[in-house]
Design a protein. Structure first.
Length: 579
């Protein structure tokens, strides 16, 4: 197999996916497969749950190509990463040969053009349909002379080009075949430049992958996802859920055993035996039981993400003052100025994660409109096993920021929301977390409710805070903001900011800011200029734009939706009011 060029793994993950076209060494190629791709071990339940949430906009509209039904049936999901030695297999596409000298359309690139030159390029237009099809144009030739030449105006629109006979000058064809039906029978082919944004829109997600498979097994052994949720609600005072004091409840023990492959009946017998031996806490002691099944499932999923992300390395800002051999001036700064800055910024804690295991996956693509759900999803499938996702796993560094629960709860009250189980002015952080979990229903991607809900307002707050923090952190770390990305966990009032492998980033940048300048960074988040250069237009619009809050893709996985400076800095804003 010939080598047509080399690209970084992160670039290949977005620009060299199956059925995607790309420019390589002066030619246009279509990717056929990742040759001999290597499997990445993932937890099937975790990735299935994430995919079901990601594809919800397509499922709601019935355009998910049956993926949701397959996932509910338990269809296998394989995640593969690039084999650097074998690379990506490609083929020439479209095979419409264009003479670079006279602009004739040739039949065989192995032969010279009628003008005498043998310098063939390709017509850079392709036809696509929302079903996922991609086709080559059919170019009509002059009947009398069996010849045709492209006449292309200064336009990228297919309807503006036309073809003439170079011998007699008669126009043979205009455009590329309007009203040509797709073989699926659901509409007509649309013609566009092969690199146009709507020709191929990769659809992907990011999730925290267990650093080692045994980490997930350890958590399952002590109660699984319910244990992780209890740990987060309690305030994460223990380093990990596995190190929490106290016994598991009956429900968490049964759930953990089932996830390890034990049958329901045997798991209940084991739980009954543990209860007889007084090895269980009463279910009443587990306040998670107040949550509905759907609420608990999503809250547990996000709690597992947090637990897995912090499993290998976690340094809290509060623990910095306790490090041995610390200079007195620095120790005083950690002890006094850091906590004060956190309080001003409305944060409960900031943790440094030196080994943040992030998994980027691409589960399919769409052709046409870029908004999720507007065109049919084409998932990547494996003919033998089920679904074949393309991914890249990396360990990077990250900061985990958690908003202060009572302050968030009181902010929600000012937005006109009710939180059953929590009263305005209450200072019980655990009660605030539970009340928010019970009241919040985070909107799925692509779904923006007409009337703000607890969940939508919470997502706007966490997402806007994340973008504000990234833009300021990039300045303090001296890097491009697109080198940082976010991972939102709105139900637990937190988000990770991590270093993107694709970005111009030197590992250690976030750690340096965390250890030496966190207080100044947080003060900049609160006090630095928050007005937009495009005000008053930006404020009168959605309250966020390129000049103030937007980030580049894929730093922001929500396509810069659910952003607004108002909840942060407007009247009653989270960073303007102190409860």
């Amino acid at each position: 197999m010939s080598e047509l060029g080399r690209r970084s793994g992160s670039q290949i993950l977005r620009t060299f996916l199956p059925q995607q076209t790309a420019d390589l060494k002066g030619g246009i190629y279509r990717v056929t497969e990742w040759s001999g791709a290597l499997r990445i071990l993932v937890d099937q339940d975790v990735i299935r749950q994430r995919l079901l949430r990601e594809i919800m906009p397509w499922r709601i509209r019935g355009t998910d190509n049956g993926m949701s039904a397959d996932l509910h049936k338990g269809t296998r999901i394989d995640v593969v990463e690039l084999d650097d030695q074998r690379g990506v297999a490609v083929e020439r596409f479209p095979r419409i040969w264009l003479c670079r000298v006279c602009r004739r359309i040739g039949k065989d690139r192995a032969k010279a053009c009628r003008c005498g030159a043998k310098s063939w390029g390709q017509l850079h237009f392709v036809g696509t349909h929302s079903c996922g099809a991609i086709v080559e144009p059919w170019i009509k030739r002059c009947i009398a002379h069996d010849d045709v030449r492209l006449v292309s105006p200064r336009s990228s629109k297919a309807r503006d080009i036309h073809f003439i006979c170079p011998e007699c000058g008669v126009e043979v064809m205009k455009g590329l075949g309007f009203q040509r039906p797709c073989v699926c029978g659901q509409g007509n082919i649309q013609w566009n430049v092969h690199k146009a944004r709507t020709v191929y829109v990769p659809r992907g997600a990011v999730l925290v992958n267990p650093p080692r498979p045994d980490r997930m097994n350890e958590m399952l052994a002590v109660g699984g996802s319910r244990r992780a949720l209890s740990w987060v609600i309690e305030g994460m005072s223990a380093p990990t859920p596995m190190e929490m004091a106290g016994k598991p409840t009956r429900g968490s023990l049964i759930e953990g055993l089932i996830r390890q492959g034990v049958g329901q009946g045997f798991a209940e017998k084991m739980a009954a035996l543990a209860e007889e031996e007084s090895e269980l806490a009463a279910d009443g002691a587990d306040e998670i039981v107040i949550l509905g099944e759907a609420q608990r499932a999503e809250a547990e999923s996000q709690a597992v993400d947090i637990a897995m992300a912090l499993a290998e390395s976690r340094i809290s800002s509060a623990s910095l003052a306790e490090l041995p051999g610390m200079e007195q001036v620095l120790a005083d700064r950690y002890k006094n100025q850091y906590p004060a800055a956190l309080a001003r910024a409305g944060l409960a804690a900031v943790d440094l994660v030196e080994r943040f295991p992030i998994l980027n996956i691409m589960y399919g693509y769409t052709r046409g409109e870029t908004a999720p759900g507007t065109t049919k999803l084409v998932p990547f499938r494996d003919r033998r096993t089920g679904y074949r996702l393309h991914g890249a796993l990396s360990d990077t560094e990250a900061l985990f920021l958690r908003l202060e629960p009572c302050r968030v709860a009181n902010w929600l009250f000012t937005r006109g929301h009710q939180l059953p189980g929590f009263s305005q002015g209450d200072t019980d952080q655990q009660r605030a977390r539970l009340a928010i979990l019970k009241a919040a229903d985070i909107p799925p991607p692509g779904d923006e409710p007409d009337v703000p809900t607890v969940g939508s307002d919470l997502l706007v707050l966490v997402h806007s805070y994340s973008h504000r923090f990234i833009r300021q952190a990039a300045v303090f770390a001296g890097i491009d903001r697109d080198a940082l990305a976010e991972y939102l966990l709105p139900l637990h009032l937190g988000f990770f900011v991590y270093a993107e492998a694709r970005g111009d980033f030197v590992l250690g940048g976030l750690q340096s800011v965390f250890e030496a300048d966190l207080d100044n960074l947080l003060d900049a988040v609160v006090h630095a200029e928050h007005r937009c250069a495009l005000d008053p237009g930006c404020t009168r619009g959605v309250g966020a734009c390129l000049a103030c809050l937007h980030l580049g893709e894929p730093s922001c996985r929500h396509f810069n939706t659910y952003l607004n400076r108002g909840p942060l800095f407007g009247r009653g804003g989270y960073l303007r009011t102190h409860w």
